[in-house]
Write a protein that binds this ligand. Structure first.
Ligand code: NAD
Length: 278
């Protein structure tokens, strides 16, 4: 088989959580462009429906579902609905995540004392862990359930969105966000080990700063904040979401058939040196 043919996803199908926006939407576009039937799920049902319709209008095979990853029943239903529509599920992106604030994007919030450990709001901590870590667990749990049932298929590929914050201690990133993403990394390694016997690969993408709607779209709304972030990145700029598509396709497709348990950085070199405060 020619190298490029290994990226072809014709006859496969995949589900993406947090697909109405940003990195999740780029994942959905990437696998649809490679020939897969895709389900876009999001807590923002309107956004998922809008983007799925846009993909259909562009000639791809897309559907949508409303799914809040804080609710196991909703995650299970989204996978069951996907399987009912497609006869199985080959690819899953556990991507939904959020920043609960305290300085990830906004210099104003950095001055908020809530960002200090000794006064940190436990409700913010719980929310971040519930979505960024437990939400990944719920998604991988249900993906594994339906992929193990792929008896007539070729196993599956699960891709988790981690962060460079899983590797480096970034003072400007939310405290629970770092803890959640580090947890995601190690959970991914166990899931990859356990599911290898079923032909299911599990990997994580660890992005550095991408221009998305995270943090209420702070960097989209504030050119000065975007320029400040650009200066923190060794390659000199934040990334656009289209730049994550080739990596997503590598991990989702047979091109990545010998990759499992990998935590792949795509961060413009952010892990190479200390991140200076804004
Ligand atoms: P984004 O805000 O553009 O997209 C996140 C999507 O997740 C949104 O559509 C949102 O509605 C959805 N979402 C939020 N809570 C949800 C829930 N409970 N259930 C289902 N969907 C929910 O942000 P993004 O930057 O594209 O974030 C995607 C992932 O990338 C997250 O896991 C984030 O932590 C990670 N990440 C982003 C960056 C970055 O610089 N943008 C860097 C590292 C990691």
């Amino acid at each position: 088989m020619k190298t490029l043919d290994q990226f072809d996803l014709t006859g496969r199908s995949g589900l993406v959580t947090g697909a109405a926006s940003g990195i999740g939407l780029a994942y959905a576009e990437a696998i649809a462009e490679a020939g897969a039937k895709v389900t876009l799920t999001d807590i923002d049902a309107e956004g998922a429906a809008r983007e799925a319709q846009r993909l259909c209008d562009e000639g791809y095979e897309a559907r949508w579902d409303s799914c809040d990853v804080s609710d196991l029943a909703q995650v299970a239903a989204a996978f069951d609905n996907h399987v009912a529509a497609n006869g199985g599920c080959d690819i899953a992106f556990a991507n939904a995540g959020l920043d609960v604030g305290n300085g990830f994007w906004s210099p104003e919030e950095k001055r908020n004392p809530d960002g200090q450990i000794d006064v940190y709001d436990p409700a913010r901590w719980d929310k971040s862990i519930d979505i960024n870590l437990s939400g990944v667990f719920r998604t991988v749990r249900e993906a594994a359930r339906v992929m193990k049932a792929n008896t007539d298929r070729r196993g599956g590929s699960i891709v988790i969105t981690s962060s460079n914050a899983a590797e480096v201690n970034e003072a400007i990133v939310g405290v629970p966000y770092m803890a959640a993403k580090a947890g995601v990394k190690h959970f991914m390694r166990h899931a990859a080990y356990e599911l290898a016997a079923y032909g299911i690969r599990v990997n994580a993408i660890a992005p550095g700063p991408f221009v998305t709607n995270i943090g209420d779209g702070w960097v989209k709304k504030n050119p000065a904040a975007k320029q400040a972030w650009d200066k923190l990145v060794p390659v000199g700029r934040m990334a656009e979401t289209s730049q994550i598509k080739p990596l997503a396709l590598l991990l989702a497709s047979d091109a990545g058939s010998y990759m499992t348990g990998a935590h792949v950085m795509i961060d413009g070199g952010m892990q190479l040196g200390p991140v200076k405060p804004l």
